[in-house]
Design a protein around this ligand. Sequence first.
Ligand code: CP
Length: 315
Amino acid sequence: MTNFLSFNDVTDLDALIQEGLNAKHDPFADQALGRNKTIGLIFFNSSLRTRLSTQKAAQNLGMNVMVMNVGQDSWGLEMEEGIVMNADKAEHVREAAAVIGRYCDVIGIRAFAELKDREKDYSEQVLNQFKKYAGVPIVNLESATRHPLQSLADCITIEEFRVRKRPKIVLTWLPHFKPLPQAVANSFCEWMNHRDVELVVTHPEGYELAPEFVGSARVTHNQNEAFEGADFIYGKNWSSYRQYGQVLTQDPSWMVTMEKMRLTDNGKFMHCLPVRRNMKVTDEVLDSPRSLVVEEAANREWSAQAVLKEILKAI
Ligand code: CP
């Protein structure tokens, strides 16, 4: 694996999931692989899980880790080409990525969608500029359109907890007052479309995801009907893709409650975290044995370790 930007960089998903499970069973088996190698984790946005799990995974593999918050720890970075740099950004990505690439053997980048210009966000400008100028492998730590390390952790979690060969998995939109990116929902669909599962996506009208991510999933506006017989409920808020970046409704009836979970077939609740309690999902669900949110977050370490191992093997 030379980069990990999206599902397209995965050659064998079953093997990658197994690699994650192997790492969970024996975290330090590949300590020698990363010796004298350095990963730089570059954050344009906040993080708890991604930052700590990727750092831990790299350390498990014997790597050195450097973390930088762009704009707080560093200069603001300009991404546009050929621009007169007379505004607030003091450094261009051409130099910054090239310099970081001299210090690091692998670079992880977190850069969310700005939710102002759909075309710009969906061009993945930040990720692609780093890929172009860094000269070392790039790992997506959540970009404008995707969160593949999360999706791999979700695959690992579903593999661990499924009781049926072909589980029914429901991605449900949840209410939120702030506009959030579509990245986690996009990515979840993209990865689940490559698994042997029955995938259903449910959301209010106007929240349709980009068709290339929805793939062969069944889409319904009837959340209760979607939940019937489900094995996994994957909750997430996202802003509108069509009316780009807008919050069209905050309808509280879309919150996941225990009453709704009872429609499932003893279904489990998943969410990438952070989650706003009693707005997206009730305390009762989160604090019940049905909730997998902590297990899912714990698996972020093993998804990162599986990916970094593949990249280190190719360096
Ligand atoms: N799920 C996830 O990526 O969490 P953080 O934003 O805290 O990294």
